[in-house]
Design a protein around this ligand. Structure first.
Ligand code: SAH
Length: 213
């Protein structure tokens, strides 16, 4: 598959849709306008890749809806050079957005097949996270901590303590919290012990799984 003018046209339309739905962060919109989402999906979804919907990517997982990717990215308020941890690499699409926002990205995935596939394919598309790790994101990535921000792209029944501990002071953690349905949640670390919590709308993610295969 290639990236053509037709795909660019569809991307421009998707960006308009996201703007209409309330995404205001210009850098996020520019990133989404550049990333060939159809190349992150199986070929059969090519014609749907620029619709604002989630799609299966294998191993019972999904590539997040573009609106969700944009919304979470916007909440992170990334500045160039920020060290960002992503839990749930999946297809690598959200990872690519973080890379284009200028973040130094560490990303963790627990499904081995998806991990291997994205580890191989993402650099071919021109996106280079600092580190892609196969492991359990509940534990975060202590060896690379602390982070300016952390994004979790699967639904967490509770906010993992390890992730809170790995945030810098002033750092932001964006995580969908809940079992079957989640509430998009932003934690801002105020000091060693205190976190400010903001809750946004309802959302629906595949579950963040702990120590299971
Ligand atoms: N950001 C991805 C979304 C993938 S869906 C994309 O845009 O494609 C959520 C991902 O989280 C899945 O790939 C799933 O395997 C992964 N995941 C679930 N529990 C996890 C855990 N404990 N640690 C790391 N990754 C996890």
């Amino acid at each position: 598959m290639k990236d053509t003018n037709k795909h660019q046209g569809l991307r421009n339309q998707l960006v308009k849709v996201l703007e209409e739905k309330g995404i205001t962060d210009k850098n996020v919109l520019v990133a989404i306008g550049k990333i060939p989402r159809h190349l992150f999906l199986a070929e059969i979804f090519e014609n749907f890749a620029y619709q604002d919907t989630a799609f299966p990517i294998g191993s019972d997982q999904t590539i997040s809806q573009p609106y969700t990717v944009a919304y979470q990215s916007q909440l992170l308020e990334i500045k160039k050079g920020d060290k960002v941890l992503e839990i749930g690499t999946g297809s690598g699409y959200q990872t690519a957005v973080l890379c284009l926002l200028g973040a130094v990205v560490y990303t963790v995935e627990r499904q081995n097949k998806l991990f291997k596939n994205t580890l191989r394919e993402l650099p071919k598309l021109g996106f280079h996270p600092k580190k892609m790790v196969f492991g359990d994101g509940y534990k975060g990535l202590p060896e690379a901590a602390p982070f300016d921000s952390i994004i979790v792209t699967a639904g967490a029944p509770v906010i993992p303590q390890a992730l809170m501990a790995q945030l810098k002071i002033g750092g932001r953690l964006v995580i969908p919290v809940g079992e079957k349905e989640q509430i998009m949640t932003l934690l801002i670390r105020k000091n060693e012990t205190q976190f400010e919590k903001h809750e946004f709308g309802d959302c629906k993610f595949v579950p963040l799984l702990e120590n299971k295969n």
